[in-house]
Design a protein around this ligand. Structure first.
Ligand SMILES: [Zn+2]
Length: 691
């Protein structure tokens, strides 16, 4: 070994080395050296030794998983790097293609020299052959999987196309290995610390249970001999490997070693150390100067952390609110608020100012509500946020809505998809929208999934031959292939004025974010009368009440009766976690919370239903995701007649029910019978039966 190489070898940072998989170093011929600060570019580079023939693209991909740093390659001779590798990597691992039998085509450590997409297709094919998914769903998920880097199986699961059970079955078939069962994960908490966290992360192996002599570990793919030996060495126990899905593994990591929690804690320490409190006598302008200069400081990092945690946890809103003793951050997920972070003392005003700077609000204004927007790139996706402030008892409260990133509407899949709706419901909606003109409304309180339903309908209607234009406030989901415009009251762009402009643009289908005044309603009606299909939302409690609400707003009953094609009232209830829900029989009192009809009470008491428990798949909430409850009312001739006669909404509802409509209550009752949700969820969302 020559002198340069010896020096290189001595400057290898052991921590950097430990974070990289040895087998891939051998296979792809590279050695990570260390992280060094570069004065000119002011960046911290990861220096990596390679030779001429090394595949830098692949090496880059692998290293990106463990390091955020940009990479600088140092080319050294082939023999030299071989010498280095011989010192660091077991000889059988050098430059031999590895025999990879990854679970779920996990290309996490890049060891797989096979095309990951090809393997993804294989697992997908298995699921397709079994009739679990369709070709369209597979293509859909493959595109998503390529975008996010999450293996196809877990992607299919997260998109709701398959259950965890389906995934595990298919994986078992594909690999022939035994899989971790949900029951085994129940006590993972007690054993997970048997291995150190960095070892767990570096080798994708996590302890599940142990009897003191044998340690059962979950793995993404079968472990190499050296890692198995390392486990014996670290624990004194014999490892038994069970395959785990990518989804389960990440879930366990997040539950037991939440990176976000740790990072947040670290930043909070930093803030405390910097002692950011406003100095006595410091003027507002001085504070602002400090804040603006401090865009790379601890507060900015903290704000970033608040946002990225929200994105990763798929929350819909972030609340930053004053409490008696300081400020807290709460996230709304699946409709429920959860307290997450305490903002360190004295930093709160700077945190709020930081948000105002981001969204270009007036920083000095604290007494009046303000609103704004900002966007932030994260994991190569641009996220948009809508933010507003509200003065509350001398302090300011901030609320941030996380808007979904853009999605493509150009899918060949024209099926309307609504979670919680059955085929009968979907067919009703499809018939409703097949008429080229008329008004279709979704109704329900804020956050009941109205917009999602409308977008799903739009998706089914979108093709080259129609012009779809929307007017929204805000644009909640960006859709490719559709003209979306944004209300801007300050600039005089209201729902009504914008819709009049849109009508001059020869649209076929118009989506109006909300009908809340007579002017918008009137424009919607005249659009429907002139041959357009208008989709919109209204804040009402039931489908029938929507009809009477339109008349109360000032529309003539004969116009409502001739233009309205259908109303979909909806709510969202939390969906029971399939992995931990517990079967039981409810009492008469409980059943009566849901229905007052004797036959339905009997049926509910006889049917085994479920209650929420909590496990590590659902972050111990007992629920995972949400499910729509739909009341779908097509406006039939009979109902048109009733509307024109000025009937009460109860009469309209009776008529619709007689024609087979499920009310929100009966739809949710069915969800309980089917084991999707609980009696408590029914009461939380719809109130007690009969009230
Ligand atoms: Zn669970």
């Amino acid at each position: 070994m020559n002198e340069v190489i010896t020096r290189l070898k001595n400057s290898i940072d052991k921590k950097v080395l430990a974070a990289v998989d040895k087998a891939s170093m051998g296979e792809l011929t590279f050695v990570p050296i260390s992280i060094k600060h570069d004065q000119t570019s002011q960046k911290d580079f990861l220096f990596v030794a390679v030779c001429q023939t090394s595949d830098k693209e692949k090496i880059n991909q692998i290293l990106k998983k463990s390091f955020n740093n940009p990479i600088k390659f140092m080319n050294i001779g082939k023999d030299d790097i071989m010498d280095l590798l011989k010192e660091l990597v077991p000889s059988d691992k050098i430059a031999k293609p590895s025999e990879s039998s990854n679970a779920e085509s996990s290309n996490d450590d890049g060891k797989s020299s096979n095309n990951p997409r090809r393997q993804g297709v294989r697992l997908g094919e298995i699921l397709k052959e079994k009739g679990v998914i369709t070709e369209i769903q597979l293509q859909d998920a493959l595109a998503e999987s390529n975008r996010t880097g999450v293996p196809i199986g877990s992607t299919l699961y997260e998109m709701g196309y398959i259950t965890l059970f389906d995934l595990k079955n298919a994986l078992g078939d594909q690999t022939g290995y035994e899989l971790v069962s949900t029951e085994m994960l129940a006590n993972q908490k007690e054993f997970v610390n048997i291995l150190p966290e960095d070892f767990i992360r570096a080798n994708s192996v996590i302890p599940i249970t142990s009897d003191g002599r044998m340690l059962t570990v979950g793995v993404l793919k079968p472990l190499k001999q050296d890692i198995l030996k390392a486990i014996i060495y670290l624990t004194g126990q014999n490892p038994k490997q069970l395959l785990m899905t990518h989804y389960e593994f990440n879930n366990s990591l997040e539950t037991f070693f939440s990176r976000h929690k740790k990072q947040t804690q670290k930043i909070i320490e930093e803030i405390k150390a910097e002692n950011l409190g406003v100095e006595e006598g410091e003027s507002l302008s001085e504070q602002l100067d400090n804040e603006l200069l401090n865009s790379t400081g601890a507060v900015a990092k903290f704000v970033n952390q608040i946002i990225t945690t929200a994105i990763d946890n798929k929350v819909s809103d972030i609340h930053i609110e004053p409490r008696l003793g300081g400020y807290i951050v709460r996230y709304r997920k699946d409709g429920m608020l959860q307290k997450t972070i305490d903002i360190p003392d004295k930093a709160e005003s700077m945190v709020i100012t930081r948000f105002k700077v981001l969204s270009r609000m007036n920083i000095a204004e604290q007494r009046r509500p303000q609103d704004g927007t900002f966007s932030m790139p994260y994991n190569n996706i641009n996220y948009d946020f809508r933010i507003n402030t509200l003065p509350v008892s001398g302090k300011e409260k901030v609320c941030i809505r996380v808007l979904a990133p853009a999605v493509s509407l150009k899918s060949e899949d024209k099926q309307i998809r609504l979670v919680g709706a059955d085929m009968k419901d979907i067919n009703k909606i499809t018939r409703m929208v097949s008429c080229p003109n008329g008004i279709i409304l979704t109704s329900g309180p804020t956050g009941s999934g109205k917009t999602t339903t409308l977008y799903s309908i739009l998706k089914s209607l979108n093709d080259e031959s129609v012009n779809i234009t929307t007017i929204e406030d805000p644009i909640e989901i960006k859709l490719d292939g559709i003209n979306q415009s944004q209300v801007n009251v300050k600039a005089g762009i209201t729902f009504a004025s914008c819709m009049r402009a849109i009508l001059r643009q020869d649209p076929d289908i118009i989506l109006v974010g909300e009908i809340r005044d007579y002017e918008t309603l009137e424009t919607a009606i005249s659009a429907a009368l002139t041959g357009h299909l208008v989709l919109s939302t209204v804040h009402t409690n039931s489908a029938a009440a929507t009809v009477t609400r339109l008349i109360e707003m000032g529309a003539k009953d004969y116009l409502v009766s001739s233009t309205l094609s259908g109303v979909i009232a909806q709510r969202l209830v939390r969906k029971l976690c399939d992995d931990c829900k517990q079967e039981y029989h409810c009492t008469r009192e409980e059943a009566m919370k849901v229905t007052l009809k004797e036959d339905e009470i009997q049926k509910l008491m006889e049917t085994p239903i479920y209650k929420a428990v909590g496990c590590n798949h659902c972050q111990f909430h007992g629920f995972k995701g949400r499910l729509g409850v739909y009341e779908i009312m097509p406006i039939t001739k009979e109902i048109k007649k009733l509307i024109a006669q000025g009937a009460h909404d109860l009469e309209i509802e009776e008529c619709a029910v007689a024609n087979g409509m499920d009310t929100l209550h009966s739809a949710c009752y069915k969800h309980i019978l089917n084991g999707y949700t609980t009696i408590d969820e029914f009461v939380r969302v719809l109130g007690l039966a009969g009230e």
